[in-house]
Design a protein around this ligand. Structure first.
Ligand code: AMP
Length: 284
């Protein structure tokens, strides 16, 4: 497994792979790898000749006052986890330097209008512009045949698929199911911030999503009443200090809906300074 630290080194490596007709699966991450990341990597190694995992904590997707400086970093531990995993099909870990991705005078950003401003975008202005920009830059370095993203970050998936279509990118985008702890909490690098009490309360988020999902499926709850039900449930949880959004959304446009046959139920809450998101997609 090679560790590649520059864009030019990455382009050379992927150029060689593509010349020998090898498909490249790509898994972009910010590191502090957990089983959610590793399940995506496994999906990639199962479908591609080689897999590249990137680890880059992208400064442009953090707003002022967010956790960029204290975001969990464990580069050596991450490399140990990946080395030799899944039959050695992880060919490279791409760990670019911030000043290689954003050199002095950097001015170009990708804005996916319409989808970026909703849900998380309302509370994290500029976040998805940072995400789309870095993913496009990583794509240009890695030249992936397929790129893999987790549905835990549903809006990110929607934004990146739109970018792919609008910019005619020649890369398949594969969406992977959310991996959860045994008690239902969606795995996230940020779970490490939770206090013991917050961690004990945190599974309530997935439980609330599941309960509302079941209730609209069995007809005991109407889609128009999902938001009220979620707010009632979540506001009763001691560790939840803010509900940023909790409602039913159109899975394609991310607009809030009161009826439909495909319903994205999505939640963002804060437990103290830690922000947690989760979602489920319900087909009626
Ligand atoms: P991050 O390192 O948080 O930027 O995540 C890197 C990739 O892993 C993104 O595509 C995330 O959506 C995905 N991911 C993070 N947590 C999970 C999870 N619990 N289940 C599935 N995918 C995840």
């Amino acid at each position: 497994m090679e560790i590649i630290r520059s864009i030019s080194g990455m382009r050379e490596f992927s150029g060689d792979c593509l010349q020998s007709n090898k498909s490249i699966g790509f898994v972009p991450t910010m590191g502090a790898l957990h089983d959610g990341h590793l399940s995506i990597v496994r999906q990639s190694t199962g479908a591609n000749d080689i897999t590249v995992v990137s680890i880059f904590i992208n400064p442009t997707q953090f707003s002022e006052g967010e956790d960029f400086n204290c975001y969990p970093r464990d580069y050596d531990g991450d490399i140990r986890k990946l080395d030799g995993l899944y039959g050695g099909k992880i060919a490279a870990v791409f760990m670019p330097e911030a000043n290689d991705i954003y050199p002095d005078g950097y001015k170009t950003y990708v804005e996916v209008r319409g989808l970026s401003e909703k849900l998380c975008g309302m509370f994290r202005p500029g976040h998805f512009t940072g995400v789309a920009t870095v993913v496009l830059k990583l794509f240009n370095a890695v030249n992936p045949t397929r790129a893999y993203f987790g549905l835990k970050d549903y809006q990110q998936c929607a934004v990146l698929k739109k970018m792919r279509d609008d910019l005619n990118l020649d890369c398949e985008i594969v969406l992977c199911p959310t991996v959860r702890e045994a008690d239902g909490l969606a795995m996230s690098s940020r779970n490490a911030y939770l206090s013991m009490e917050q961690r004990l309360d945190a599974p309530c988020i997935y439980k609330a999503l599941k309960d509302t999902g079941h209730a609209i499926k069995n007809g005991s709850l109407k889609i128009k009443d999902i938001a009220a039900k979620l707010h009632e449930t979540l506001s009763a949880v001691k560790s939840i200090t803010e509900i940023q959004y909790a409602s039913a959304y159109d899975p394609d446009t991310l607009d809030e809906i009161t009826r439909g046959v495909r319903v994205l139920i999505a939640v963002a809450v804060k437990m103290g300074t830690t922000r947690l998101i989760d979602n489920i997609l319900v087909e009626l």
